[in-house]
Ligand binder design. Structure first.
Ligand code: ATP
Ligand code: MG
Length: 403
């Protein structure tokens, strides 16, 4: 019987709770650890205290008894208790039902307090989540810094190159116009000479006639090309830090959207319907001309995306404005093809375009980025909508009007 005595001593001294209760929950035996864990006094035992009163959720007890009655095997589970001082305890319980001939079955069990362990796990999980969040923020900050750095360098370079190109471009355009005028005069004189004199016999006269006609065509193409170069240098010049970017004032973004839609009508009227959801937004302190430029680029891009998906299918361009955390938010959603992951990182780069040569300069979005991020301290980003099209959004810091 030595084992019994030693075993009793072990149970008494153990750092786990050991107990014996009736099926109804009256405590018949509980070791010292159990008493201090639950906050039970000897009087409580004498007055027939019931374990039910220590369940954090009383319905747990009924489930537990049901499990126990499934058979004569040890049941293990997590138990949620609350002691008489109001402290919540999570324990790992192992229990066993002992049927007795008297019909009053007993429950033998032990509970290990795993509250600290659970708390530690929860804290670790919470820390992991925070860490993942911080990592994501770091990654975002890094991407945005890298993009800003790249844009600033490219911006300065582009503005410098545009400035250099602009002078020669100016006199080439002016000289081309002069050449055009000269050709016109030459053609008129030639026609008069031809009418007045019989020059058909002059050698090479046919060739001269052809050259005069063809020169007109050649010049027209040249002018077209020059106009395209001028558009590019104009856009590049806007990258410059200087200029009218300092010229900021209070600006009604909602009105600007309506004005831009009027101006750009020819670009979308055969392609898409427009849905406006303009919120109640405060005026934005910004350079209105540049923001108009951004609106135009985004709306024209949306129309192009819809058109290139299926020129026969009419699409939808939805425009929304709102306020979030004191920022004014603009959002344009189109029913185009959306933006594939492979080009998502490139679309804001200068000269990145998927359009045919001559159709797109690839400067539209880089200009938008420069205007929104560099010149106004806002944000611009793109997502794909669940319907497949693209959603371009930008924010402008609000709350600084009148500065
Ligand atoms: N709404 C959109 N849906 C799908 N792709 C888009 C959208 N907007 C832009 N893109 C993609 O991003 C590229 C770059 O756009 P960006 O406006 O910078 O230049 P572009 O439109 O090609 O030329 P530009 O604006 O100079 O005429 C486009 O060629 C297109 O591939
Ligand atoms: Mg564009």
């Amino acid at each position: 019987m030595g084992i019994n005595i030693n075993f009793k001593r072990f149970v008494e001294k153990s750092n786990s709770m050991f107990y014996v209760t009736s099926l109804k929950g009256e405590i018949l035996y509980i070791n010292d650890f159990g008493k201090s864990l639950l906050g039970i006094t000897p009087d409580d035992i004498n007055s027939g205290i019931n374990v039910q009163s220590f369940y954090l959720f009383s319905e747990d007890r009924a489930d537990f008894i049901q499990d126990l009655q499934k058979g004569e095997i040890i049941q293990e589970h997590e138990i949620r208790l609350i002691n008489s001082y109001g402290k919540k305890i999570i324990g790992h319980e192992q229990s066993y039902i002992v049927p007795r001939s008297s019909g009053v079955d007993l429950v033998y069990g032990s509970v290990n307090d795993i509250s600290d362990f659970i708390e530690l796990n929860l804290n670790t999980a919470r820390l992991n989540l925070e860490l993942a969040d911080i990592n994501q923020k770091l990654q975002d900050a890094y991407t945005s810094m890298a993009q800003q750095e790249k844009m600033a360098t490219i911006g300065e370079l582009a503005a410098g190159v545009a400035h250099e190109i602009n002078n020669p471009l100016g006199f080439i355009i002016s000289n081309t116009n002069s050449v055009g005028r000269y050709i016109k005069i030459l053609t008129e004189i030639f026609t008069k000479i031809k009418k007045t004199y019989n020059i058909n016999a002059v050698e090479g006269i046919d060739q001269l006639e052809f050259i005069l006609t063809d020169l007109g065509e050649v010049l027209k193409e040249n002018k077209d090309g020059l106009r395209r170069i001028a558009t590019i240098t104009d856009s590049l010049k806007r990258f410059s830090r200087m200029g009218d970017e300092n010229n900021k004032s209070n600006f009604d973004l909602n009105q600007a959207i309506k004005d831009t839609l009027t101006i750009a009508k020819t670009q979308y009227k055969y392609i898409a319907d427009i849905e406006l959801n303009l919120g109640d937004i405060p005026p934005v302190f910004c350079n209105g001309d540049s923001i108009n430029q951004v609106l135009l680029n985004l709306i024209v891009n949306a129309a192009h995306a819809i058109d290139s998906l299926d020129p026969k299918e009419r699409g939808l361009i939805s425009i929304q404005t709102s306020v979030k955390d004191a920022d004014v938010v603009f959002q344009v959603t189109d029913s185009g093809s959306g933006i594939s992951d492979s080009i998502k990182n490139k679309i804001f780069d200068p000269f990145f375009t998927t359009k045919e040569v001559g159709k797109g300069t690839g400067l539209g979005l880089s200009l938008c980025y420069d205007i929104i991020v560099q010149k106004h301290g806002g944000k611009i980003w793109v997502e794909n909508s669940s319907q497949g099209g693209a959603i371009f959004s930008f924010t402008l810091p609000g709350g600084n009007y009148g500065k």
